[in-house]
Design a binder for this molecule. Structure first.
Ligand SMILES: [Zn+2]
Ligand SMILES: [Zn+2]
Length: 670
């Protein structure tokens, strides 16, 4: 235990030198003495939950400073020098310590995994995915080591077609609530809805700090404002290359590329070894904004020895490499130059700021004004430009109201709705229900996206509508994926060289493809494991096995109701939607059970009443007969009467119409 702990602290020291200071600078320094025992670390770990409390005992001053520290840390471009500077800032550690730290780290690299396995048979790292494995979205995974739990991502899923009236689906976090005292915080990989969307709901149940990069936190803050949670939620901005200490786990943020900026992979340092979680990622050697994914760091970690790799499986079935985002910019240039006399409308994902940047660039080069339309698009644009993630040349952006002041061929509209979402701006333009923009013959509409599985039909409907109005719709080469394809994954595997592979982010078939790829890349067959949501995967240096299963699944959100709609309600809704409802009302006298009024029949969504009088008359006859029969036989139990009404009416309707509406008998008592 001690040995292992010490080793871990040594590792931490190495990490600390790499910019761990942002959040727990002082803490990091302590392990860097190399003498920290498990005991001495405990109090800090326990207090890891709140910044204030955790910096107890004279460390409090570090708390306010942490944020500033973050601000003052090196930029990613100067990573290695940055390490030194971080070390320097750590005060008692100098440059020389710095380098010695690196050496010691490198020297005891291969050891961590094995040694911890031997020394500490009981202490295992548990990885518990609570969502994100069975369907797209709702990514959330807990990492637990003894008294510490961190939660990576907290996403939502959009409802399936069968979830009528449901707005969104959030994960079941019962397990985390039961272990609330262990939970140190949320660590967020990037700002997509399937990674941050459930936060406002879950934070109300688990109020712990949230860690993420700048844009990610900015997007989260927007949500927190909407839910009035800003005051009660601790947020910490972490830079790439920096780490946070959360109890006995340390999490380092590593730069990746993705279809949103500031995406991170996470290196999770645990007493049993290092686990790398890639988040959603791609490898872009020429990103539009910022730098290429930090492959160097992956390689360094790989040299150290990585216990397990949890990598994005989304494109694991696709051969080849994922193209650079910049290739889309070239396509825009070409399309714009081919359509100098037409208005251009580009629909894309609101969160793909780099895409928007490239459209703006091309528009500017072509002397066109840009209008951004669609609520989510406007929101993301505002946040991105506030924080410097997008640069729009002055005078390029105009308000939608000003559109009429410019010739159409001198304008570009950037809009939401590339997935055919019925309420999004493009769909409304296509169906002529948009208040300010209508499609004109000759308009060029670029769909800069591929339909997410399930949205194909909606997208093709929108394309049809646009085409019928005379627009030219272009989808070719106007999108690249934000996820790594097979060759990219192979590179990551060869750099990281994990002992175990646990594919994440993707349906079963995607994860299966990654498992095969992992084996191909040298991960032993039994070490590449496919798990399900709720599985408790226990890892030590030697083994990786599912030891338990905890509650998981989707909680449905309908308006302000969270979790109050379950399977039974959904089934009723489906039934109502498919078959309509017939209400049978009758009034009985209290004791004698004599029929005082009715039965009356009211229907909705079943038949058009005015044209179905005969049918309803007959139905009325059937119900009256059934009621009379009950009364004649002195059936006193209203439940029975209701069932008899239901059965007889439903038999009749099935025979006559082959329909099966919801039948709701109501008996009133006088
Ligand atoms: Zn995702
Ligand atoms: Zn994503």
């Amino acid at each position: 235990m001690n040995l292992e702990e010490k080793q871990n602290t040594t590792k931490m020291e190495g990490g600390a030198s790499e910019g761990q200071q942002p959040v727990r600078k002082t803490q990091n320094r302590r392990p860097s003495t190399g003498k920290t025992s498990a005991k001495s670390r405990m109090p800090k770990e326990q207090t890891g939950k709140g910044q204030e409390s955790q910096e107890e005992g004279g460390r409090r001053k570090a708390s306010p400073g942490t944020r500033q520290n973050q601000g003052s840390t090196r930029t990613r471009g100067e990573q290695k020098p940055g390490r030194t500077s971080t070390g320097e800032r750590s005060g008692n550690t100098g440059v020389s310590r710095q380098s010695s730290a690196r050496i010691s780290r490198d020297m005891n690299l291969p050891a961590p995994v094995k040694r911890s396995g031997r020394k500490d048979g009981t202490g295992k790292l548990k990885i518990i995915p609570l969502g994100g494995l069975e369907r797209i979205g709702m990514n959330i995974t807990a990492f637990e080591y003894e008294d510490s739990i961190i939660i990576v991502d907290c996403g939502l899923a959009f409802p399936g077609d069968d979830m009528l009236g449901i707005d969104l689906v959030i994960p079941d976090v019962s397990y985390l609530k039961q272990n609330f005292d262990k939970v140190k915080g949320f660590v967020i990989t990037h700002g997509h809805e399937d990674h941050i969307g459930a936060l406002p709901y879950i934070l109300q149940q688990l109020n712990v700090p949230v860690y993420g990069t700048k844009l990610t936190i900015a997007l989260i803050e927007h949500k927190l404002k909407e839910h009035n949670l800003m005051k009660n939620t601790k947020r910490k901005v972490v830079k790439h290359g920096q780490s946070v200490n959360l109890g006995s786990l340390r999490v380092e943020f590593i730069r990746t590329n993705h279809s949103i900026q500031d995406a991170s992979a996470l290196a999770i340092f645990s007493p049993v070894g290092i686990v790398v979680h890639t988040g959603d990622f791609k490898i872009d050697y020429t990103p539009v904004f910022g730098d290429t994914i930090d492959l160097q760091r992956f390689a360094e970690l790989g040299k150290k020895g990585v216990l397990a790799l949890l990598a994005d499986s989304t494109n694991a079935t696709r051969p080849g490499f994922t193209m650079s985002e910049r290739t889309v910019g070239k396509t825009f240039d070409t399309i714009f130059s081919e359509h100098v006399n037409q208005r251009i409308i580009v629909a894309t994902f609101a969160s793909n700021v780099d895409r928007v940047q490239q459209i703006v660039n091309t528009a500017y080069k072509n002397g066109r004004k840009v209008v951004v339309e669609g609520r989510s698009m406007v929101t993301v644009m505002e946040i991105a430009s506030q924080h410097g993630y997008i640069k729009v040349p002055e005078g390029t952006l105009i308000d939608i109201e000003q559109l009429k002041n410019y010739p159409p061929e001198k304008t570009v509209l950037i809009t939401t709705g590339s997935q055919g979402e019925s309420m999004a701006a493009l769909s409304r333009m296509a169906s002529s229900t948009h208040k300010k923009v209508s499609i004109m013959p000759g308009d060029v509409v670029i769909l800069s996206s591929t339909p997410i599985p399930g949205n194909e039909k909606a997208v093709s409907n929108v394309i049809n509508e646009l085409s019928m109005k005379g627009a030219r719709v272009i989808c070719q080469d106007t999108h690249v994926s934000g996820h790594a394809c097979q060759e990219d994954l192979k590179l990551v595997y060869s750099l990281i060289h994990p002992k175990f592979a646990i594919p994440i982010h993707g349906e079963f078939r995607h994860r299966m493809a990654q498992k095969e790829l992992a084996e191909f890349m040298g991960v032993p067959k039994d070490n590449a494991v496919l798990v399900s949501s709720g599985d408790v995967v226990a890892l030590d240096g030697e083994s990786c096995e599912v030891i338990d299963h905890v509650a998981c699944g989707g909680i449905l959100v309908d308006g302000l109701g969270v979790g109050d709609v379950g399977n039974i309600v959904l089934r009723d809704r489906q039934n109502l939607a498919q078959n309509g409802i017939i209400v049978v009302v009758l009034t009985l006298e209290k004791h004698s059970n004599q029929l005082l009024a009715g039965p009356d029949i009211v229907s909705r969504g079943f038949v058009y009443v005015r044209e179905s009088e005969d049918l309803l008359d007959e139905a009325h006859g059937v119900v009256s007969e059934a009621v009379q029969d009950c009364l004649d036989r002195h059936v006193g139990d209203w439940g029975k009467i209701k069932n008899i009404i239901k059965d007889s009416l439903s038999d009749f309707l099935w025979k006559r119409m082959k329909r099966n509406p919801v039948i709701l008998p109501i008996i009133m008592e006088v």
